[in-house]
Design a protein around this ligand. Structure first.
Ligand code: EPZ
Length: 417
């Protein structure tokens, strides 16, 4: 199994290019199930999760062609409506094929995604929404079976904003008979990107990016070419890394409008952040001030940046309270940071008190989930000595060539087997 080896203490300087967003690509690739014809995706990130969803679509009968940062999917040949356990267990976001399959074929069997390290990750809101559109849902032997001769538009109210729930039901409602309204919808940029693509295909969606999305169902959708938007979490990860190591980096090919919550908090630490049309400059030449954060649905501070920001706070001046309000178990990285000399105490499961220390110490640590692995890379970049991170397959799911990108910025980092 590969590991990452980092010798800390170097400042990051230079330029880095941001890849396409994993969490935009996954629902967009799933939407190819809705149309008979070929969709060409560009700026596709080269990630394990993208391979996983391609393999799932191929197993359903779609014809795919993949090359570096490019993917072609032709859904015309889909002849199977069952997403099998072995494929779904590799990636929870496989749930995103459920609604497109029901919308197009009137039937779907998708393995119930299990939980993951960060929480139980139920899909009850996806299923309740699908039922509201007239589908009959059965859970049997670990599979969700959904049937509907034709989905019928309806009002759907989410108990709390759900990103993939909003995406799934937007896709279902696009081919339903009549109008649907999603209320308390999630507002992430990835949802706006999906709505834009569906509208290019002929859907009639209004309000994406707000809490109320109105979808007027249409009979069919047509294939279009789609460019994946930049990854706002990869952008935030490099911003926080530069703040932690000190230095001066230019992050290119990003979307500053998508990361206001991150910019706001990073500026409060004393880090200089300069935004341009499609790039951001980070200059860190002063001690880091500690700030409190609470993760919230977009446009609040993203939960996917909490682990990375915690690492920054471990070497800040003062104390920081970190409140993780989205997932019930998203502090696993704290245990590994403690082994590197951080001073963190966790009370009541989702509030952590981080007391800044002068230096982290290099150590052998283990990644537990995608964003936890990024927080450990940042810790290794600032720690005294050589850090070895194991189980980095978690990182390969969501960060394209991250060690190459960091070494181009001057870090001493390499992948070892
Ligand atoms: C998406 O997951 C992202 N994944 C996650 O990114 C991200 O952390 C999360 O949104 C929150 O922003 C993709 O987009 C592929 P949710 P998702 O439904 O849609 C609860 C990463 O690191 N909930 O918005 O699964 C849920 O348990 C990943 O890239 C229900 O209770 O998250 C959570 O507490 C990790 N019932 C909250 O809602 C449901 O039916 C928000 O979850 C659905 C969700």
């Amino acid at each position: 199994m590969d590991k990452i080896k980092i010798t800390g203490g170097r400042q990051l300087c230079g330029e880095v290019d941001i890849s396409g967003a994993k969490n935009a690509a996954l629902p967009l690739i799933a939407s190819s199930i809705l149309v008979k014809g070929k969709i060409c995706f560009t700026n596709v990130p080269d990630l394990m999760d993208i391979t996983s969803i391609r393999l799932l679509l191929e197993d359903l009968g779609a014809t795919c062609k993949a090359s570096k940062n490019y993917l072609e999917v032709d859904g015309s040949s889909i002849n199977k409506i069952e997403a099998e356990y072995d494929l779904v267990r590799k990636m929870r976001a496989s749930i995103l094929v459920l609604c497109p399959l029901v919308a197009r074929f009137g039937h779907a069997k998708v393995s119930l995604p299990g939980g993951c390290a960060i929480g139980a990750r139920p899909v009850n809101m996806h299923l309740a929404g699908l039922e509201a559109l007239g589908a009959s849902i059965k859970i049997d032997h670990g599979y969700i079976e959904a049937k509907a001769s034709r989905l019928i538009g309806n009002d759907i109210y989410f108990d709390m904003p759900t990103v993939t729930g909003t995406e799934n039901l937007m896709m279902a409602a696009s081919l339903a008979k009549g109008t649907s309204v999603l209320r308390n919808a999630a507002r992430e940029p990835e949802i706006v990107a999906l709505a834009d693509a569906l509208n290019k295909m002929g859907a009639k969606i209004k309000g994406a990016g707000t809490t109320i999305i109105t979808i007027e169902g249409v009979k069919t959708l047509s294939p279009v070419d789609i460019k994946i938007i930049p990854d706002r979490i990869e952008t935030g990860t490099f911003m926080v890394a530069a703040a932690a190591t000190g230095g001066d980096i230019l992050i290119k090919g990003c979307e500053p409008d998508h990361i206001g919550g991150i910019i706001n908090k990073l500026k409060s630490t004393g880090t200089i952040v300069k935004s341009f049309t499609d790039s951001i400059r980070i200059i860190s030449n002063k001690p880091i001030k500690s700030v409190d954060i609470k993760t919230l649905p977009y446009p609040g501070f993203p939960t996917d940046m909490q682990a990375q920001f915690m690492t920054l706070m471990t070497i800040a001046n003062g104390n920081s309270v970190i409140h993780e309000s989205i997932f019930e178990n998203r502090f696993i990285h704290a245990n590994e940071l403690l082994r590197m000399g951080a001073n963190i105490s966790i009370s009541s499961g989702n509030v952590a008190m981080v007391r800044g220390v002068k230096k982290l110490q290099a150590a052998q640590v283990m990644a537990s989930d995608l964003r936890a692995s990024a927080s450990l890379v940042i810790a290794g970049l600032v720690a005294d000595g050589t850090t070895i991170i194991s189980r980095i397959y978690h990182m390969d799911r969501g960060y394209e060539a991250i060690e190459k990108k960091f070494s181009l910025l001057g870090a001493k980092i390499e992948r070892i087997s």
